[in-house]
Design a protein around this ligand. Structure first.
Ligand code: UD1
Length: 418
């Protein structure tokens, strides 16, 4: 079994370059098959998730070339076929092929998606929307068959401002006949990125970044290019590392506006940072003020940063409260941090931290991607050796994690061990 081994307690200096956003690129890739032209996606990160999407594109007959951050997808020979369970369950975003194939072929056969086990994660809002747009849905166990002889626009109110449902509707509605309106749409920066690609391909979409998006369906989309936005969650993770163990620790190629809530909380905690238009330099300080955190949809505090943030809260001088509002089982990191010496009282969605706690390295396990990120941060801060198992979760979302951290002075490596 592969594990990440960290000898902690080192001061880290230098520059970390932020990669393209995982949660953007996993939508941009499926969007490319809406056209029989060529789509180029710049700033594409090399991640297990991108690799798995590439396998799905190839299964569908698409041609895909990936070199030096540039992903080129030629959709000319794309045909419709069943996306089997062993591909769809490799990642959450496989479900974007629902919207993409429904848009292009009016039919999709796909199995339930995978992704981190952080809560129930139903897809009812996606299915309800497709139904409103004219699709019939047949479910056979985990297999979903969606057919829409006439895919048409619809007025869709999302009960939850779901990122996934918003993207899936955008994909199908771009090639549906007539107008689709999404109310209570997700406002995440990744939505703006995917809408930019779709509009570059000839779609007619307005309102991205607000809670009302209007899509006027078109008959055909053409090839286009897009640049993946910087990964705000990766940036936030490295910012926390800089705050805890950094000296002149620069996180480069980020969009500060995407990280407003984290920056504001860091300011309240007394983190030493200097912000520039696309970078931030952090220096470790001796003492942090406690703060309370509640995760919310964008522009609130991102649920994906709630777990990494936990490590910072263990170092605050006093009591901090944490509430997770999006997922009901996002607490897999809490028992592991307690093992390392943190003082945390927790349930699945709430936690109370008393700090500062001295963390000590030990054997821990990553229950999911961002829990793993929290353990990486904790391992870098802790005295002694931390060994993290189940690292495949972490490698799904952080490009060149070990290389990037080694380059700023971390003692971190992947080891093979039982
Ligand atoms: C995306 C991100 C994930 C992030 C999350 C919230 C990707 C690939 N993943 O996940 O990293 O944590 O946004 O920022 O972009 N819901 C329903 N029914 C549905 C769909 C969602 O009840 O049909 C609920 C979910 O259970 C959850 C909430 O809505 O409680 C938000 O989910 P959603 O925004 O859809 O998250 P994802 O797109 O899966």
């Amino acid at each position: 079994m592969k594990k990440i081994m960290i000898n902690g307690g080192k001061t880290l200096s230098g520059t970390i370059n932020i990669s393209g956003a995982k949660n953007s690129v996993v939508a941009l890739i499926p969007a490319a098959i809406l056209t029989d032209g060529v789509v180029k996606i710049y700033n594409t990160p090399h991640l297990t998730d991108t690799e798995n999407l590439r396998r799905i594109i190839e299964l569908l007959g698409g041609q895909i070339e990936f070199g030096r951050g540039e992903l080129k997808i030629d959709g000319k020979n794309v045909k419709n076929c069943v996306i089997p369970a062993d591909l769809s369950n490799q990642l959450r975003a496989s479900y974007y092929f629902m919207g993409a194939l429904l848009g292009r072929f009016r039919r999709v056969d796909i199995y339930f998606p995978g992704g981190c086990k952080i809560g129930a994660r139903p897809i009812d809002l996606h299915l309800k929307a497709f139904k409103k747009m004219g699709a019939t849905i047949v479910r056979d166990g985990d297999k979903y068959t969606l057919v829409a002889e006439r895919l048409h626009g619809a007025k869709i109110y999302l009960d939850v401002a779901s990122v996934g449902a918003t993207v899936n509707i955008l994909l199908a509605a771009s090639l549906a006949s007539g107008e689709t309106i999404i109310e209570n749409a997700a406002k995440e920066p990744e939505i703006i990125n995917i809408v930019s690609l779709l509009n570059n391909m000839g779609a007619r979409i307005s309102g991205a970044g607000t809670d009302k998006i209007v899509i006027i369906g078109v008959d055909k989309l053409h090839g286009a290019t897009i640049e993946t936005i910087p990964d705000r969650i990766e940036a936030g993770t490295y910012m926390m590392i800089g705050a805890l163990v950094g000296h002149d620790f620069k996180v480069d190629n980020l969009i500060p506006e995407h990280l407003d809530t984290l920056i504001s909380k860091m300011r309240d905690m007394g983190v030493d940072f200097k912000l520039d238009h696309d970078s931030i330099v952090l220096n470790r300080v001796d003492q942090f003020e406690p703060v309370d955190i509640k995760t919310l949809v964008y522009p609130g505090f991102p649920t994906d940063l709630g777990q990494p943030m936990a490590v910072l809260l263990t170092q605050a001088n006093g009591s901090s409260k944490f509430v997770e509002t999006i997922y009901e089982r996002r607490g897999g990191h809490f028992p592991e941090l307690v093992k390392m010496g943190a003082d945390i009282e927790f349930t699945n969605t709430k936690a109370k931290f008393k700090g500062p706690s001295k963390l000590k390295g030990c054997d821990v396990s990553a229950s999911d991607l961002r829990a793993g990120a929290a353990l990486i941060i904790a391992g870098l801060l802790a005295e002694g050796t931390t060994k993290i198992s189940n690292i495949e979760h972490i490698l799904r979302g952080y490009e060149d994690l070990v290389e990037k951290l080694s380059s700023v002075g971390a003692d971190i490596k992947i080891v093979e061990e039982n």
